[in-house]
Design a protein. Structure first.
Length: 344
């Protein structure tokens, strides 16, 4: 029997990769992608699946309660995977309010719809940033699922608030929920405002590579496909009411990533420009993925060296995709594709 999976934020980076993964690995599913198409939503990303019989796109704001309820009434999803979010820390420093709206209110609207329509699973895609940061000089310290929430930015505070709400809906209403908290993702279709795609795009255009502070902050990088596989496993086998940390045991300093990108592209390190540090900049993230490994058998499959080369190759081969973002052309294409689909 066809299972309807509703994926929010599917025109963004991880959501689109997850849709490709689902349609490939579970061809029996019907995938309904819900996206508001904010600046981060790019429908051209979904071109390969727009005509797929198991796929449907709906333009919708997850904060719009009436529209969400109507959609659930029509589609009767069995599972909801919530990727929709404002996701960029720097933007949350400039304008926190939209982060609270989408990341907190939007999540509660989706869960109200799940309650009203007896959805069998609500999965919240969360982040390791809810734990705050770790010191640089104690490498043995890692985030576990028991690490207290200690957010630093409006982005991470909004994600932490959403996580608390998700657990509250589970306890109060018995909503069947799961949460994954993943470390930094990289791979195809990432918006060129985030570290890796920004550095690739700037290097290819011989533009300065802006490194915050001294570039010594550490992130734990995971190839996006490994994250998608983890979410799928949690949907299939994860225990309801549980949080699963997802990370690659792959800590790297920002400056080392930027130097590696210069080397791979044959660009001079003189492009590197040290700029004013991010306000409240988290020093280090590092995940202990022991729970998902022991309970569900998940492990990352893509070593960083392989993943970063694949990613750089993808940005080289898909220059139009990111150049259209830099010129703003992608937003006109979004309108054209919506018109073609009869979506308003
Ligand atoms: P993204 O910014 O690339 O995509 C977000 C998508 O959500 C966009 O398509 C956007 O149009 C859509 N959206 C935003 N507001 C919406 C609204 N109100 N209604 C409907 N759609 C809306 O983000 P991403 O990097 O793909 O991240 C996806 C999720 O994963 C987020 O929840 C983020 O917090 C989480 N996450 C990201 C990372 C990472 O490294 N990128 C790591 C861990 C967790
Ligand atoms: O850890 C998971 C999180 O990873 C996700 O929850 C977020 O949605 C995602 O955006 C990402 O957050 P970060 O702030 O870690 O990612 P970003 O790519 O913005 O920055 C990575 C590091 O690089 C960080 O230490 C800041 C630094 N940086 C970033 C940019 C954009 C620079 O030095 N220069 C830059 O221009």
């Amino acid at each position: 029997m066809t299972k309807c999976v509703l994926v929010t934020g599917g025109a963004g980076f991880i959501g689109s990769n997850f849709i490709f993964y689902l349609l490939r690995e579970h061809p029996e599913n019907l995938v309904v992608c819900v996206d508001k198409l904010t600046y981060a939503g790019n429908l051209s990303t979904l071109t390969p699946v727009l005509q797929h019989p198991g796929f449907r796109f709906v333009k919708l704001d997850i904060c719009d309660r009436d529209a969400v309820m109507k959609l659930f009434d029509q589609e009767r999803p069995e599972a909801v995977v919530n990727f929709a979010a404002e996701s960029h820390v720097d933007r949350s420093i400039d304008n926190p309010s939209v982060f609270l709206q989408t990341n907190v209110i939007g999540t509660s609207v989706l869960m109200d719809a799940c309650r009203a329509y007896d959805v069998a699973r609500f999965h919240q895609v969360s982040t390791d940033e809810v734990y705050g940061d770790l010191p640089l000089d104690r490498p043995a310290l890692l985030f576990t699922e028991e690490t207290p929430l200690h957010a630093s930015s409006a982005y991470s505070a909004s994600k932490a608030a959403a996580d608390l709400l998700v657990m509250a809906y589970h306890r109060t209403y018995g909503l069947p929920v799961t949460i994954s908290r993943c470390s930094n993702n990289y791979g195809p279709y990432q918006f060129p405002e985030k570290l890796i795609p920004l550095m690739i795009a700037n290097a290819l255009n011989d533009r300065p590579l802006p490194v915050y502070g001294q570039g010594l902050n550490v992130r734990d990088w995971l190839y996006v496909e490994d994250h998608c596989r983890a979410i799928d496993l949690i949907l299939q086998k994860g225990r309801v009411g549980e949080v699963y940390n997802v990370g690659g045991h792959n800590e790297m300093r920002n400056i080392d990533i930027v130097r590696l990108i210069c080397r791979e592209l044959g660009k001079p390190e003189s492009l590197i420009t040290y700029v004013t540090d991010r306000k409240g900049h988290d020093l280090r993230y590092a995940i202990n993925p022991g729970k998902i490994k022991n309970e569900l058998g998940w492990q990352p499959q893509t070593p960083f060296g392989e993943g970063i080369r694949k990613t750089i190759q993808w940005y080289l081969a898909n220059r139009t995709w990111w150049e259209n973002i830099l010129t703003g052309q992608y937003q006109r294409e979004n309108e054209d594709i919506c018109r073609g689909l009869g979506v308003s």
